[in-house]
Write a protein that binds this ligand. Sequence first.
Ligand SMILES: [Zn+2]
Length: 134
Amino acid sequence: MENLAISVGDAIEARCTKCQKNTLHVILSLAEKAPENVRCPKCGREHKYRPPTKTKDPESRRVISQQKAEHREWEDLRESMNSDAARDYSMTGAYKVKSLINHPVFGVGLVQRLVGSQKMEVLFEGGKKMMRCK
Ligand SMILES: [Zn+2]
């Protein structure tokens, strides 16, 4: 069993409103076994304990919402997709925009864009992927 007991004087990761960072704070007082007041050793500020915030990574958040949007787009298009018409995907195949392909891993996808000479953007249930093509 992990001992989760904390006591006054312990260091705990907390959010400092002044430093705008998650830093190790010293516990000054406890309320119901949870830290109540802490002191930030960096700025010396004493304040109420705030749990550390998860590092906000705008890049990963953007990717998540983009994936959601792409999934929605796929769902919208799925109704009009005739998956029987999907051709098995091959790297050496030539595809047109709006043609359907059948990928062994990603499933049925809709060719949305031809990029450069040998790449195409395909919308799958799990999002858009760049695929090789002829
Ligand atoms: Zn601070």
